[in-house]
Design a protein around this ligand. Structure first.
Ligand SMILES: NC(=O)c1ccc[n+]([C@@H]2O[C@H](COP(=O)([O-])OP(=O)(O)OC[C@H]3O[C@@H](n4cnc5c(N)ncnc54)[C@H](OP(=O)(O)O)[C@@H]3O)[C@@H](O)[C@H]2O)c1
Length: 204
């Protein structure tokens, strides 16, 4: 799968390393391709499985695009990106932590009306993507978005990170998902449980 990851910070770099390790073709979309830190990132990734490109080129080349940018940046960058995002799977991992709507889905939905939108990788700290188990138990990753063929692809990408995907429904479940993110922040910082904190769904 060709995956564009927009943003090379904690989330973007971690997901990129995981997917490259599973033989996906990762293209990191960045604002300054000449920045020296990008080569350092590529040096941590299996040879040839990842490249750096301007955001539009990365999105054009990919089948799946992951938004791993500050939420505040999405409205400004999505304008120029919308043709490249058209009709593709777009995974929103952004969190506007202090806003009532934490996601970027409304912005993405307006800019890319035919995009296949998903919300994933936003409910846990990135350390839990890097090491997707705690005490020998696999971490669950809850996500939502359009059901069907695109969902199967997103589900496989979550599994390729090493997490257990738990689908909670279409985009009308975003507020449910984002409530989980708020719970994660509350427990990890306000209640002092730290960032190696995750949720496990148990069923009979
Ligand atoms: N950190 C977590 O544990 C975590 C977990 C789940 C979700 N999230 C969410 O995921 C997103 C990314 O988080 P992160 O921790 O990976 O952030 P980060 O480490 O701060 O990295 C942010 C990335 O966004 C890029 N960026 C910042 N401003 C930009 C702009 N104006 N134009 C283009 N690119 C810009 C940065 O590029 P430069 O290198 O060029 O500055 C960098 O690659 C955020 O929305 C965050 O809320 C974070």
């Amino acid at each position: 799968m060709k995956i564009a990851i927009l943003g090379t910070g904690n989330v973007g770099a971690t997901l990129g390393r995981k997917w490259a390790g599973k033989d996906h073709e990762v293209i990191f979309g960045v604002r300054d391709v000449s920045a020296g830190k990008h080569q350092a990132l590529l040096n941590t990734i299996k040879n040839g499985q990842a490249t750096i490109a301007p955001m539009v080129e990365a999105a054009e080349a990919a089948e799946v695009i992951v938004m791993a940018l500050p939420g505040s940046v999405v409205p400004e960058i999505v304008v120029g990106l919308s043709p490249a995002l058209s009709g593709k799977i777009i995974v929103d991992a952004t969190n506007h932590v202090s806003a009532s709507d934490m996601s970027s889905l409304k912005t993405l939905g307006v800019a890319v009306p035919n995009g296949k939108l998903f919300r994933a990788f936003n409910t846990l700290g990135w350390e839990n993507f890097e090491t997707p188990e705690l005490g020998g138990t696999q971490i669950d990753l809850f996500y939502c978005g359009e059901p069907g063929a695109a969902q199967e692809i997103v589900e496989q990408l979550i599994a390729d990170v090493g997490l257990r995907p738990i689908y909670i429904g279409d985009l009308d479940k975003v507020s449910v998902l984002d409530a989980l993110t708020r719970l994660w922040f509350t427990l990890s910082s306000q209640q002092g449980y730290g960032r190696r904190l995750a949720f496990k769904m148990l069923t009979a």
